[in-house]
Design a protein around this ligand. Structure first.
Ligand SMILES: CC(C)(COP(=O)(O)OP(=O)(O)OC[C@H]1O[C@@H](n2cnc3c(N)ncnc32)[C@H](O)[C@@H]1OP(=O)(O)O)[C@@H](O)C(=O)NCCC(=O)NCCS
Length: 248
């Protein structure tokens, strides 16, 4: 595909994905994430031609201008959209499919262990929220979504949503996934929590055996949830009188 056609395709894909984008000229002038991808296409060609130093220098110039650091060796698919750009880092052996969207602060990085393929593979149609870290030689399957601020350390199956630190699956093929075993969270603290709850259960049994009346279990965050609900209702009531730009 000629370079001009690809630039047009990139711009149109931003217009499709970002409701804030109003015209092709605006996208061309105001989206450093696109400039970063275009600079990468040149540095990638230099890298492939074994002009490694010029490729790295160009990639650093790109970083200076856009705030996005893409290693010239990274393989990027078509229509990559890096929104807000700043702070994105894409490592040398990362592979990014087509129609991927990512926000500011995303890192596709290594774990600091090992050589060779040490960065993630991100398949077609993946969405990565701001400041998410995807680390190591792992694969994010087609059309999956990574929550803002997540740290993804293991493979994500296609059509899934992952959130948290470390990230765990909350949606799979449109169905909510509920974690019933704390081990699934893979949090370093989950073992401590499991041990603690087992101990509490044991103590409760002993107390019951002694005939001690236990206090009823308090629903965690119940008061907060009720407060939030009341605030939401108040906002809904106000909305009838106040809308954007009116009523003030
Ligand atoms: C991950 C994401 C795509 C999920 O959206 P969704 O499908 O609507 O999912 P929900 O809002 O139903 O959330 C599902 C659960 O995950 C939790 N969750 C959602 N996003 C989370 C995040 N980033 N970190 C931690 N938990 C998160 C929710 O609290 C909810 O948990 P609960 O049901 O136990 O209360 C979205 O939350 C997100 O992070 N988008 C990124 C947006 C972004 O980067 N914007 C930048 C604009 S500049």
């Amino acid at each position: 595909m000629p370079a001009f056609e690809r630039i047009r395709e990139d711009i149109d894909s931003v217009l499709e994905r970002d409701p804030a984008a109003r015209s092709r000229l605006e996208v061309l002038l105001c989206y450093p994430g696109l400039w970063a991808v275009w600079i990468h296409r040149i540095s990638f060609a230099l890298w492939r031609a074994r002009l490694r130093l010029p490729a790295r220098v160009l990639s650093q110039i790109g970083r200076f201008i856009t705030g996005v650091e893409i290693h010239p060796g990274a393989l990027l698919g078509r229509r990559l959209f890096i929104d807000h750009a700043t702070g994105v880092v894409i490592g040398e052996t990362a592979i990014v499919g087509s129609d991927v969207t990512m926000y500011q602060g995303v890192t596709l990085g290594g774990t600091g262990k090992g050589h060779g393929k040490r960065h993630p593979t991100v398949c077609d149609g993946v969405f990565i929220g701001n400041n998410a870290n995807v680390l190591g030689n792992i694969t994010i399957g087609e059309n999956s979504r990574v929550g803002a601020g997540s740290v993804v350390l293991s493979d994500v199956p296609p059509n899934s949503t992952v959130v948290g630190v470390p990230a765990h699956i909350v949606y799979r093929n449109g169905q909510r996934v509920l974690i019933t075993d704390p081990h699934d969270v893979k949090d370093p603290l989950s073992d401590a929590l499991i041990a603690l709850s087992a101990r509490v259960e044991e103590l409760e049994k002993c107390l019951c055996a002694e005939g001690v009346q236990l206090l009823p279990v308090i629903e965690p965050f119940a008061a907060e949830a009720a407060e939030r609900e009341a605030y939401r209702e108040e906002l809904e009531r106000l909305r009838e009188y106040v809308s954007m730009g009116e009523g003030i």
